[in-house]
Design a protein around this ligand. Structure first.
Ligand code: SAM
Ligand code: SF4
Ligand code: F3S
Length: 455
């Protein structure tokens, strides 16, 4: 006898597509945890979807156009079928709000990142009344209070956990303070409760997320909690094998956070610390609120505490007024720190930000500089990977590859490792001898009791 379906649920299929940062990935998962309560199932086939949700990113140019392009694709797919309910979420939704409903009638719902707690009501309402709806209020407290009542079902070996959202730094190039709102730190106990849910699901690595994750600061009547307090607490859970946090701002790299590297065993030795430029002049123009000297002090302190710590970063190339000398300083910084994995993009003027109206430098020059910097960054990445060949590394195994034979895992530095092994390794830290490498990945052999020193 088949299971009786609850008549109050909708039993519809949703297709979720996510652009942008890790926080958007986390949000998409939490949105699904939420709407699952209404009977939604996930599909990875566009054609099957009754509802299509696009979680968008607004960080660089063409973000908006990418969204409309995606809707164009959707329209074609559903040309001869019943149109799905189309929801635009994320940072473009926040920035563009009702404009999107006006420009593209195919869109039914526009919902910003601080309104996800309303999503079930908004969808139900849409089904009942067929009315279009835009929800873009900033209301982090209600959002996280609501979401904390919904169990996080993520069961990946490595899982994200948002602890802080929004930003008060207002770097002159960046849309985040406008799309994610003011800095908000979630209550400490709420985060620990969610971490326990992840542990229950079998998660072995937690990556704490925030636009300024190291600005995390939560006060209740008795205590004040910082990121370091969260890290200590997570370290105490036996089931958790690895802990990471991203993205940090250099200004918030406090002593308590730096010192945690002295004691922590589970905190991974890769620090993602975006610097954007190696020139103090450009940092000032960007409103980054720190100097290169201060950045290097953090670097040195961390290296002293733990010499095997490596750094990764974000760079913006061709910021207005960047001249050859400024660019040279960025290259010098890269040569000093030898970042092992970094992102670099040409400056993209964003509407509404201070830098939006500034005079751009020559496009060709920006492109040339980007090529030079990327070559340098990739060289360090390749060199680092090459230096690991012949070494035995501790790999946290995340899943099986599509070929069904190989396994995928990561080093302590987040580098992908591919090797043959059986499914029992998934969720465990195993030793893999690295045989070969390329820019992005290591390829190795699972070793069993081989008495080689772990690098
Ligand atoms: N909060 C982090 C920090 O302060 O370093 C960064 C968060 S932002 C989502 C990620 C990266 O996007 C930034 O570090 C920056 O390099 C890049 N980015 C932001 N706005 C940009 C713009 N207008 N043009 C090019 N890159 C941009
Ligand atoms: Fe954007 Fe700057 Fe805030 Fe980072 S610190 S999110 S770059 S405004
Ligand atoms: Fe993009 Fe918003 Fe993240 S603009 S990078 S999705 S915070």
């Amino acid at each position: 006898m088949g299971l009786k379906k609850n008549p109050n649920l909708m039993y519809k299929k949703i297709y979720i597509k996510t652009f942008g940062c890790q926080m958007n990935e986390y949000d998409s998962n939490r949105i699904f945890d939420t709407i699952k309560k209404n009977g939604y199932e996930k599909t990875d086939q566009y054609e099957e979807a009754d509802c299509y949700l696009l979680n968008t990113c607004h960080i660089r140019d063409k973000a908006k156009e990418k969204v409309y392009h995606e809707i164009g694709r959707l329209k074609k797919i559903f040309r001869n079928k019943k149109k799905p309910t189309v929801i635009i979420a994320g940072c473009v939704a926040q920035a563009e709000n009702q404009e999107m409903l006006k420009r593209e009638p195919y869109i039914d719902i526009v919902i910003g990142p601080q309104s996800y707690h309303k999503i079930n009501d908004v969808i139900l309402n849409h089904y009942k009344n067929k009315k279009k709806k835009e929800e873009t209020e900033f209301d982090s407290i209600s959002k996280f209070n609501y979401l904390s009542k919904i169990v996080n079902k993520d069961s990946n070996v490595s899982s994200f956990l948002t602890i802080q959202e929004g930003c008060d730094k207002f770097c002159h190039f960046c849309v985040v303070p406008y799309t994610r709102g003011p800095e908000y730190s979630r209550p400490f106990d709420q985060i620990i409760k969610e971490a326990k849910e992840l542990i229950h699901n079998g998660v072995k690595e937690i990556i704490l997320l925030g636009q300024n994750v190291n600005a995390y600061n939560y006060k209740d009547e008795n205590n004040e909690y910082k990121l370091s307090d969260l890290l200590y607490k997570l370290e105490s859970f036996d089931e958790i094998k690895r802990i990471r946090y991203t993205t940090s701002h250099p200004k918030d790299m406090s002593e308590d956070l730096i010192n945690i590297y002295k004691k922590s065993i589970k905190l991974m030795p890769l620090v993602h610390l975006p610097v954007q430029s190696g020139s103090n002049k450009i940092l000032k123009l960007m409103n980054r609120k720190h100097t290169i000297e201060e950045y290097l002090i953090i670097y040195k302190k961390l290296k002293m505490i733990k010499p095997n710590i490596e750094f990764s970063s974000d760079f913006i190339i061709g910021y207005p007024e960047e001249d050859d000398e400024d660019f040279k300083m960025t290259m010098e910084l890269i040569n000093k720190v030898k970042f092992i994995n970094s992102y670099s993009f040409i400056f993209s003027p964003r509407p509404g930000t201070v830098a939006a109206g500034l005079t751009l430098i020559d496009k060709k020059k920006s492109k040339e500089r980007l090529e030079i910097i990327q070559k340098k960054l990739f060289d360090y990445q390749i060199k680092k990977n090459k230096s690991l060949e012949g070494k035995v590394l501790n790999i946290l195994v995340e899943n099986k590859m599509k070929d069904g034979i190989k396994l995928f895992g990561r080093t302590e530095y987040m580098t992908s490792v591919i090797f043959e092994g059986n499914e029992e390794c998934i969720g465990k830290i195993v030793q893999v001898e690295i045989i070969s490498s390329n820019q992005n990945s290591l390829f190795g052999k699972l070793i069993d009791g081989l008495k080689k020193k772990v690098a």
